[in-house]
Write a protein that binds this ligand. Structure first.
Ligand code: AHR
Length: 489
């Protein structure tokens, strides 16, 4: 077995790892909301007020911090008033993801209730592309104002006396693309106008998120930082997807890939490191105090859709390759938590790199779900120095991806992925003093392995043995694995 050294320095404390880094994204797209989250109260599928019980429980189990909604591209065509009031009278509209009927039975009240059941914060993405300033202003008032106004009256008439709290508000989605094909200069003016009228009512504090760049568009970041200025926004978004072939017309299959395509998927994923570094460098010039959070509110693998499924529904399967991609991204976000405030994987259920898949009453937790489970202990911890004397698994792909944090009890949490398909490694962890024991868990399997509806427990988390001797903790990571290592004092 090959050996590698992982050095920690718990005294070298860095940034707080906001729990929001472990957030998710849900869009009215394909079967994410309907089927995936909401089945209606009359469904035979076990539900709480129409929300799938299995999905609520699964999200609670990984302590989902924030859920973004209603899109995505859908958000810039969403008229919130279509989705409130008596369900039978709600307007049916066309959803441009497949030109299917959107009956609006899942709207504002349903989304906010789902968040209450899960115990997460809502993040609402407002319509800038085809909406109006007044519509967004009214939506915020409807949700958060506890007083006398037409929007409060409407909310009360619709059955909700007390307002909700709403922290995260996105002002537009992909305004450089599906959200209006705007120039950054035009978008900044739009942002300022919309943001001005999104008021803070009844003690509610808004965290306003400006639409940030598409992947490598550094000019977009520069213009937003210069024109909006840090004083007028709390967050700036970044969208970057892992497309294994870098070809949007032939992205590659989610399950049928060879070793070369596996490593090219990881190379494309590792670009996230460069992206965050370079966007942060621009942000640092305008915001050295790091007041504005980078919000990676869409990330994950995007493959060709599953054969024989609606091409607009973006349904794909999820293997151990996705688990490794998730682990790499989450380690990158942790390592940049001085600037990365939130990240939302795309998407929650049945779409893209979903953490859960559903088929009728059946659900599977994907390998990606289990990675989120393995990383929960980083939430609200403090990033500490960690370094691996690495070797490459393939050109440009280090064998081990890792991050480490310390919690308020002094426990050290290390998450490490072995990205190699060829080699297992014994990781000798040094530098943490007074460790009395180590509790470890691992997710591993052949890279194509997945959880199917017939075999939902094929890839699951198992205990991992650790050896503690003379100040070194040693764990063995088989090829293609992700581990959580908790060092106890
Ligand atoms: O997540 C799918 C789509 O990807 C979103 O609607 C959009 O914002 C992005 O282009």
């Amino acid at each position: 077995m090959k050996e590698l050294t992982l050095t920690l320095n718990p005294r070298d404390k860095r940034s707080r790892i906001n729990k929001e880094i472990y957030s998710n994204f849900s869009e009215h797209l394909g079967r994410c909301i309907y089927d995936g989250i909401y089945v209606g109260e009359d469904s035979d599928i076990p539900n709480i007020e129409g929300f799938r019980k299995d999905v609520v429980e699964a999200f609670r189990a990984i302590k989902l911090p924030v859920l973004r909604w209603p899109g995505g591209c859908f958000a810039d065509e969403y008229y919130w008033r279509d989705g409130v009031g008596e369900k039978s009278t709600r307007t049916k509209v066309v959803n441009n993801w497949g030109h299917i009927v959107e009956d609006n039975s899942f709207g504002t009240h349903e989304f906010l209730r789902f968040c209450e059941l899960v115990g997460c914060e809502p993040y609402i993405s407002g319509n800038v592309g085809s909406g109006t300033v007044k519509e967004l202003k009214d939506w915020v008032e409807y949700i958060t104002f506890d007083g006398v106004s037409p929007m409060c009256e409407l909310r009360r008439k619709n059955g909700r006396e007390r307002p909700w709290k709403l922290k995260y508000l996105g002002i537009g989605n992909e305004s450089w693309g599906c959200g209006g094909n705007m120039t950054p200069e035009y978008y900044c003016d739009q942002y300022k106008q919309y943001a001005t009228f999104c008021r803070e009512y009844s003690g509610n504090k808004l965290f306003k998120i400006a639409c940030g760049p598409n992947a490598f568009d550094y000019n977009w970041t520069e213009v937003c930082m210069k024109r909006i200025t840090p004083a007028n926004m709390d967050g700036l978004s970044l969208h970057y997807y892992t497309v294994p072939t870098c070809n949007w017309d032939h992205k590659g299959s989610s399950t049928d890939f060879d070793t070369d395509e596996y490593y090219s998927t990881l190379r494309v994923t590792l670009q996230m490191e460069t992206l965050i570094t370079r966007h942060s460098e621009i942000m640092n010039r305008y915001d050295p105090e790091k007041k504005v959070g980078l919000i990676v509110d869409e990330w994950g693998c995007w493959y060709d859709v599953e054969p024989d499924t609606n091409p607009s529904f973006l349904y794909q399967l999820n293997t151990m390759r996705d688990a490794i991609v998730a682990a790499i991204n989450l380690n990158i976000f942790n390592s940049h938590s001085d600037r990365v405030y939130m990240a939302n994987i795309a998407q929650a259920v049945n779409v893209l790199q979903a953490v859960m898949l559903t088929e009728g009453a059946r659900t599977v937790k994907t390998p990606t779900y289990h990675v989120f489970d393995l990383y929960t202990k980083h939430m609200d911890g403090t990033l500490i120095y960690s370094h691996v004397e690495n070797e490459n698994a393939s050109d440009g792909v280090p064998a081990i991806s890792q991050s480490a944090s310390i919690n308020e009890n002094g426990d050290i949490i290390v998450t490490a992925a072995n990205c190699s398909l060829e080699n297992g490694y014994t990781l000798n962890i040094r530098g943490a003093e007074n460790i009395t024991s180590a509790e470890c868990r691992i997710l591993t399997g052949e890279v194509h392995s997945l959880n199917s509806f017939d075999s939902p427990e094929n890839v699951t988390i198992k205990p991992l043995e650790a050896e503690c001797s003379g100040g070194t903790v040693s764990v063995t990571l088989p090829a293609c694995s992700v581990a959580e290592i908790v060092l106890k004092r």
